[in-house]
Design a protein around this ligand. Structure first.
Ligand SMILES: [Zn+2]
Length: 394
């Protein structure tokens, strides 16, 4: 194992052993910042929402370039369900195991250590930032803040992609349909208005809703997920129900557009069924107040934007050239199935280019692990992107 691959693996093990659930990333942020200082980054700081930013100074001949991952991870569930301890960072064969191995501490280690190679030899054409943000998993507080404070023209998003390039994904919007009726004793239902019947009509309308299609990302989709009523007793007709819907929107369709479509479905089914005229359906995008580990409160709407870069976007073409040169083979550029912080960056006018090691389908599972050999490859590509992407894409 090369010196800095060993370094990368050691660092990844430390990252996995340091818990960092959303809102509790402080200890991990210090670990990442200290690692950047030890590696010799020219500037390292933690911003007001708790994001870590490391900078390597360039020659001033190209725009700044950003590398990005996130500090937080999803919960592990019952640790007994894991083949290896989720916070052990154990190595078995060529694999490092644990929560965050692919989403996203493995890719983070490959960025932090890989990009640090620029500190030896010639400096890059422009400044290179390596950033790790808070609360990606719960709405993107960190990325939304970073997109405002450090909007570089291009950002390399390190979500796992099998070391292939990604140029977009659908967005995710959480919508809640609130349906009101009139609660009564369940023995005399005719005296009330049961909102569950209106909900049935609404869900029927959803199932047959025509969705727009994107040539690269496929159609928007909607899935009813959580259902809640205002009652806890089985012998009471509810007065209110809340139906949560998970909407995956294609580029060009905002969360607000999705909300309008659902509200239109509601209006139509109620108009077509006069028996339910007393029910009301109101569709909203909930806003949740999120607190960062630094103590700031930020209202975050449940909407993560979609984005797609055209196949001939200069950042995509330049990244493909650089990858081909390092990997000595052609790997098709794809799209992600899931949403990332890239949507927030794209909304701010930045071009997010996806590239990270690891199998994306192991993210959020009990089998999460990453192959050490992919870390080496990822570091080599990150180093090359850091050296060339900002100048070759401009
Ligand atoms: Zn992730």
């Amino acid at each position: 194992m090369s010196g800095d691959l060993q370094h990368c693996v050691d660092f990844l093990q430390q990252l996995i052993r340091t818990l960092s659930l959303p809102g509790h990333e402080g200890e991990l942020a210090s670990l990442v910042a200290n690692e950047m200082r030890d590696l010799g980054y020219d500037e390292v700081r933690i911003d007001e929402v708790g994001n870590v930013l490391g900078r390597i100074e360039g020659r001033g001949q190209a725009p700044d370039l950003m590398f990005n991952t996130h500090l937080d991870h999803v919960d592990v569930g019952d640790p007994a369900g894991w083949p290896h301890p989720p916070f052990g960072g154990e190595i078995h064969g060529d694999r490092v195991w644990g929560r965050g191995a692919v989403d996203i501490k493995g890719p983070m280690a490959a960025q932090v250590v890989g990009v640090a190679r620029l500190l030896k030899g010639e400096r890059p054409p422009g400044d290179v930032w390596v950033t790790a943000v808070v609360q990606e998993e719960i709405g993107g507080v960190g990325a939304r803040h970073l997109a405002e404070t450090l909007p570089t023209p291009i950002v390399v998003v390190g979500e796992p992609s099998h070391n292939t390039l990604r140029r977009g994904h659908r967005g995710r919007t959480e919508l809640v349909a609130h349906i009101s009726g009139r609660s009564v004793h369940a023995s005399v239902p005719e005296r009330g208005v049961n909102p569950l019947f209106a909900l049935g009509l609404f869900l029927g309308g959803l199932e047959t809703l025509e969705m727009p299609n994107d040539p690269d990302l496929g159609p928007s989709t909607v899935a009813p997920t959580l259902l809640r009523t205002d009652q806890t007793s089985a012998n009471v007709v509810p007065g209110e129900v809340w139906q949560t819907c998970d909407w995956r929107n294609i580029p060009g369709q905002s969360g607000e557009d999705a909300r309008h479509m659902l509200q239109a479905v509601a209006a139509q089914v109620l108009a077509e069924n006069p028996a339910h005229a007393e029910s009301e359906i109101d569709v909203v995008i909930p806003v949740i107040e999120r607190r960062t580990y630094t103590g700031l409160d930020r209202p975050i709407p449940g909407a993560n934007p979609a984005y797609i870069l055209p196949a001939d976007h200069p950042a995509v073409v330049a990244a493909e050239d650089i990858c081909r040169e390092v990997l000595k083979e052609e790997r098709p550029t794809g799209v992600w199935q899931f949403a990332t912080d890239g949507g927030h960056f794209a909304e701010a006018g930045m071009a997010p280019v996806g590239f990270g090691p690891g199998d994306e389908f192991l993210a959020h599972t009990v089998n999460e692990h990453i192959e050490i050999s992919t870390l080496e490859e990822s570091m080599a590509v990150n180093e090359a992107l850091a050296r060339k992407l900002a100048s070759e894409a401009s």
